[in-house]
Design a binder for this molecule. Structure first.
Ligand code: GAR
Length: 199
């Protein structure tokens, strides 16, 4: 499978995917990394791994669709047939999501469907949760919604701050994202009634 990765920042999940793809038996290859921010740290990670990169700044386009069309063209030109969002912080247009239906994964740092959106760890701690975690799911038009491929639960510890919790969850993210991508790339994930069935 030829993967395009969308990022906006640090790129630690991108790094986990790059490391996984470097394994001889991993059934996917990253062909392009797109960032909507030119100073995203993930761009350096991609370049160091010899992967093609492209910056598409949303500020250069009047509409979400115009921005998404440029990304879509770049992905097709690079030969991508699947997308992984890895800390990509823009909402995608319905048009783009439809182009990549069942061919786009996202990772989110909560146990979805709980705590969609931003400031997740703050809200989890505020709610007094004892467990949080992360989710890899197929992308649908509604933000942070779609069939779930993998989740990891992470305990919340006494004295956790949003930062300490985020760091512990991030480690779990780096485990489940490559695992989820492998399952999908091996053709072991079917979507039935908007839920996944994993063989
Ligand atoms: C990750 O925690 C990811 O789950 C989150 O942004 C971080 C990106 O870190 N994504 C979202 O919140 C998307 N809704 P990274 O750039 O180091 O991979």
């Amino acid at each position: 499978m030829k993967i395009g990765v969308l990022i906006s920042g640090r790129g630690s999940n991108l790094k986990a995917l790059i490391d996984a793809c470097a394994k001889a038996d991993f059934p996917a290859e990253i062909v392009l990394v797109i960032s909507n921010k030119e100073n995203a740290g993930g761009l350096d990670i991609a370049r160091a791994a010899g992967i093609a990169t492209k910056v598409v700044s949303h500020r250069d386009y009047d509409t979400r669709e115009a921005f998404d069309h440029v990304m879509n063209d770049a992905l097709l030109e690079a030969g991508a047939d699947f997308i992984c969002n890895a800390g990509f912080m823009r909402i995608l247009s319905d048009w783009f999501v439809a182009q990549w239906h069942d061919r786009q994964l996202n990772i989110h740092p909560s146990l979805l469907p709980a705590f969609k959106g931003l400031k997740v760890h703050e809200r989890v701690l505020e709610a007094g949760c004892k467990v949080s975690g992360c989710t890899v799911h197929f992308v649908r038009p509604a933000m942070d919604e779609g069939p779930i491929v993998a989740q990891a639960a992470v305990p919340i510890l006494e004295g956790d701050t949003p930062e300490t919790l985020a760091a512990r969850i991030l480690e779990a993210e780096h485990g489940i994202y490559p695992e989820a991508l492998r399952l999908v790339a091996e053709g072991r994930v079917r979507i039935v009634d908007e839920r996944t069935v994993i063989r």
